[in-house]
Design a protein around this ligand. Structure first.
Ligand code: ZN
Length: 380
């Protein structure tokens, strides 16, 4: 948690000493403020790095969280599907069970009849044998009755065989259904386990995400604070430089934009941003957003305020001694033709008018109408 230590450190950097000693010596005051700005810049870079790191960490956690949510959803869907299948198998098991019981009952009742008949044959056989011995006249009648009973018994046996086979088949099917239900229940248990694991992961990643979000917000606030402080120091530097230049009383221009914005195209040979190919760039381009204030680089008089197909909205300030500064592609003007301007005074706003691919300020410095490298006049 390196970033947590930052506020205390920086509080010391921002207010390192009382400003009174530096008041009469702008050069040393400038140096101090510049040093402070560099320190703030380092803090800002560090906070940005940390923010970036936490941001990507959280992006990763979000991916994991999504994955865990998907896993859980999948497990729940599987569980529901298995439940449906299991219920189906259970229902067919119940049906098979009922049929098997029914079969069993039929078999039992058939057995009962069968044994009754056997008993009847036995009894009749014994009685009739005595009867046959006593009077042979009914012997043939006795035999035919016995034959008939035997036929019925044979029929009973055949029927019982059919019922028994049927019952065995039902029992086998019932066993298969029971095994299938058990298998599905097993699968369901596995899937439940998977869902529980996924839910655990989900909770963990949610917690991580919340913690990282908190860090991210704190770091974003840090970054915003350093940026604000960096800008404030930039303004301070500009003010000190302004005072120094005024005291010096000679042509000593200051940059036309505050906060040292990036140079997107240097003076001299380079590539044409629109047509391609090489071209000789007559000034310096600063990449800043539309509407950014543009300041006079030195005291002077506005000698041109017009639209040009190449330069777009153009301001030219004459600084005397054959020196002039050109401000091109402006979105709008803050001064009128003939106005006297002082160094650091806002004279226009950055735009993208004329021959331009996007918002930027094209600055030219000319001495006796010869284009100079503007950056050679500034200390960067
Ligand atoms: Zn340019």
């Amino acid at each position: 948690m390196r970033w947590l230590l930052v506020p205390a450190v920086v509080a010391c950097l921002i207010f390192p000493s009382a400003p009174d000693a530096a008041a009469d010596d702008p050069a040393s005051e400038l140096r101090k403020v510049e040093e402070r700005q560099q320190e703030v810049e380092a803090m800002l870079a560090e906070a940005k790095d940390d923010l970036n790191r936490v941001y990507w960490q959280r992006e990763q956690v979000k991916v994991y969280l999504q994955r865990a949510e998907n896993e859980m959803y999948l497990a729940q869907s599987k569980h529901a599907l298995l439940e449906e299948q299991r219920k189906g198998v259970q229902a067919s098991w119940s049906q098979l069970d009922a049929s098997a019981r029914e079969s069993e009952k039929r078999l039992e009742s058939r057995k009962g009849q069968f044994y009754n008949r056997l008993r009847a044959i036995q009894e009749r056989g014994r009685v009739s044998y005595v009867g046959v011995l006593l009077g042979a006249d009914s012997y043939s009648d006795f035999l035919s009755r016995m034959e008939m009973l035997k036929t019925i018994v044979q029929h009973d046996v055949a029927l019982m065989t059919v019922i028994r086979t049927d019952k065995q088949k039902l029992e086998a099917e019932r066993a298969v259904a029971a095994a299938e239900a058990a298998r599905l229940a097993d699968l369901q248990a596995q899937v439940s386990e998977q869902a529980a694991v996924a839910a655990g992961k989900q909770a963990e990643f949610k917690q991580q995400n919340a913690a990282l979000l908190e860090q991210e917000q704190a770091l974003a606030a840090e970054v915003a604070k350093w940026e604000l402080e960096w800008e404030r120091l930039g303004e301070e530097i500009y003010e000190i430089q302004l005072r120094m230049k005024r005291q010096a009383g000679r042509f000593a221009p200051m940059e036309p934009l505050r906060g040292r914005p990036p140079i997107t195209d240097d003076f001299g040979l380079g590539t044409d941003p629109i047509r391609g190919g090489s071209r000789n760039h007559g000034g310096t381009d600063f990449g800043v957003s539309r509407g950014t204030p543009v300041y006079a680089i030195e005291d002077g008089v506005v000698i041109a305020r017009r639209y040009d197909s190449v330069y777009g909205n153009l301001l030219i300030v004459d600084h005397g001694g054959g020196i002039a500064s050109w401000y091109a592609h402006l979105d709008g003007f803050n001064v009128a033709m003939g106005d006297t301007v002082v160094q650091g005074q806002q004279i226009g706003r950055v735009g993208s008018t004329g021959y331009s691919t996007g918002a930027h300020l094209h600055l030219e410095i000319r001495i006796n109408n010869v284009k100079q490298d503007p950056m050679s006049f500034f200390s960067r």
